[in-house]
Design a protein around this ligand. Structure first.
Ligand SMILES: [Zn+2]
Length: 564
């Protein structure tokens, strides 16, 4: 009798254990897994159940999770990393840019006209054709393009294509007409309507004159946003970017994400931060930071303290080295300062995370002052204040940055881009504290990596390449521009995964390949930890996995579906 009971119990236990450990949906074996998890930095295999990682370890250990239905991926020894989380993007603008006409490498006006004509053929009648980035110095003679060149190929669409520096645009006749610009229109202050010998506008509008046409371009329609979002999602998947933090999200953008989420089409996880000027909206609903689900979260606001280095509107303590009467401009949100303080207090009281764009050293300092005021007024609470860009630091502010536990949300690609000319503008001393990633880490500041896409490319390999080499794009600093600020590949990957997860309060959910976390991973073509750092920029994503689903796999010719 006793034996029978024991046998019965043993059989019951076996059944139980089989039930309590269901088979994995996906197992990746023979991978060079770098987990970003200090407890277990390396592994060979990963098992996924549902949208979560359930096992990470040796092939043999993880294969215990295999069942008859388990999908298997043999990684062939390739590097498997946590999916990249871009802490600062303009996702819809990025998607728009992918679909807009690209003119920057056009080397003749014929080529410009051909490309604009092609774009017109795929653009619905009446819709504006924007984008461009043309550069007349690339053709001979280097004359500005004219509306007469593009009118014949754009009979049904207004066109407003910009010069690559953003300081002039070419409008076609339809766009000029919609903007009401004629031979009689006077030049606005600070702008030029370029005219031919007869005084008729040629279509070129410079600086403030661009505003005359810009203001008649209608805001994006829901369909346009949707198209842009889908292109952006596809692009992110192709690069191993599994999460993005959308700065300055319009409410219309969030509506598009919500619709995609409902349809099961949101393949990149999104944290959306609308402008702080609308802080009342989020405060009214009563949501708090990182509110939402694994695919879509809100509860942050984006503020602006100053402008940019490129346009000499970043706000510095001292004047620009090459413009002694100018030390930059505070944004209108900072004038008066009490306006910004009130909005920040409101956001903080409501439990909303604050992300503030600050580039010049004085702007950064002032934001740290404001953050200090908020902490004094409201005391405890985990806020994870952020400064976006944190580009040019005053020596005295690194320690304060750390004390306030402010996250430096930085974009390493900007360093190798601006590094070409930044020193002429701000001098050697200030340049030495520019994109000072190493100094931030030395002070214990949390670093989150991103790109600022569409201002810079979305490809995380370029960001890691930039942080590791600091080799400026002009090839003039092959050993690194301020090489003492270089990071290691490990530090860079960490800032791009755990660092950016922390910046959105999600470090317990993602950012490393750890059992229990969301199964967001990327398989790379090369081992970025061991190759020559110069080659990191050429590394490709072979597979991108979000929530256990393969969303990018060029070899299977199903780049955008839940194929496995
Ligand atoms: Zn930005």
């Amino acid at each position: 009798m006793k034996l029978a009971i024991l046998l019965f119990l043993a059989a019951f236990a076996i059944t139980l254990s089989a039930q309590s450990k269901p088979a994995a949906d996906l197992i990746i074996t023979h991978a060079n897994v770098w987990t970003a998890d200090d407890a277990h930095p390396k592994a060979e295999a990963v098992a996924v159940l549902g949208d979560r990682i359930v096992a990470v370890g040796l092939n043999a250990e993880v294969l215990l999770w295999r069942g008859p239905e388990t999908k298997m991926i043999d990684a062939g020894g390739k590097l498997l990393l946590p999916g990249f989380n871009d802490a600062h993007v303009h996702f819809i603008d990025g998607g728009r840019q992918l679909d807009s006409v690209q003119l920057n490498d056009a080397t003749s006006t014929d080529e410009l006209v051909r490309r604009v004509g092609e774009q017109a053929k795929k653009t619905p009648k009446g819709e504006w054709i924007l984008g461009g980035d043309w550069d007349e110095t690339k053709w001979t003679p280097p004359n500005l393009p004219t509306r007469q060149m593009i009118d014949p190929v754009t009979p049904d669409n207004p066109v407003l294509i910009s010069r690559y520096d953003g300081h002039s645009v070419l409008a076609n006749s339809m766009a000029l007409q919609l903007a009401g610009i004629t031979s009689k229109t006077p030049d606005p202050p600070g702008g030029t309507i370029v005219r031919d010998a007869e005084g008729n506008p040629t279509g070129d509008l410079k600086d403030a004159a661009m505003g005359l046409a810009d203001k008649v371009v209608p805001p994006l329609s829901h369909d346009q946003r949707m198209r842009a979002a889908k292109r952006a999602l596809e692009h992110a998947a192709s690069l191993g970017v599994t999460s993005v933090q959308h700065m300055v999200a319009d409410y219309g953008d969030i509506a598009v994400y919500a619709e995609l989420l409902q349809n099961g089409e949101l393949t990149t996880r999104i944290y959306a931060a609308p402008l702080i000027t609308g802080v009342d909206d989020q405060a009214k609903i009563g949501i708090r930071h990182a509110f939402g689900g694994p695919y879509l979260r809100i509860g942050a606001v984006k503020a602006f303290a100053d402008g940019s280095l490129g346009s000499r509107t970043a706000y510095f303590f001292e004047p620009f080295s090459d413009e002694p009467n100018n030390h930059g401009l505070l944004s209108d949100e900072m004038q008066p300062l009490s306006l910004m303080r009130d909005r920040m207090m409101k956001a903080d009281a409501a439990g909303i995370q604050i992300c503030t764009h600050a580039i010049g050293d004085q702007a950064i300092s002032m934001v740290l002052d404001l953050y200090t005021d908020v902490v004094k007024a409201h005391h405890g609470a985990e806020r994870r204040f952020r400064i976006e860009h944190a580009q040019h630091m005053a020596e005295k502010d690194f320690a304060r940055f750390a004390q306030l536990d402010v996250i430096a949300s930085v974009q390493p690609y900007h360093a190798i881009d601006d590094g070409r000319w930044a020193e002429a503008r701000i001098g050697r001393d200030r340049a030495s504290r520019t994109y000072a990633f190493r100094t931030f880490l030395n002070h214990g500041v949390h670093l989150a990596f991103g790109t600022d896409w569409d201002v810079a490319p979305l490809n995380p390999m370029l960001g890691i390449y930039a942080a590791v080499t600091r080799a400026t794009l002009d090839g003039k600093n092959p050993n690194g521009w301020f090489p003492e600020q270089k990071l290691t590949v490990e530090e860079s990957v960490r800032a791009y995964t755990m660092g950016s997860a922390y910046a959105e309060f999600q470090e317990k959910e993602k950012g490393s390949i750890t059992p229990g976390k969301l199964a967001d991973m990327v398989l790379l073509s090369d081992d970025i930890f061991s190759i020559d750092p110069v080659k990191i920029r050429d590394v490709k994503a072979l597979k991108t996995i979000v929530g256990g689903k393969v969303i990018w796999d060029p070899t299977r010719r199903v780049p955008y579906s839940n194929a496995y």
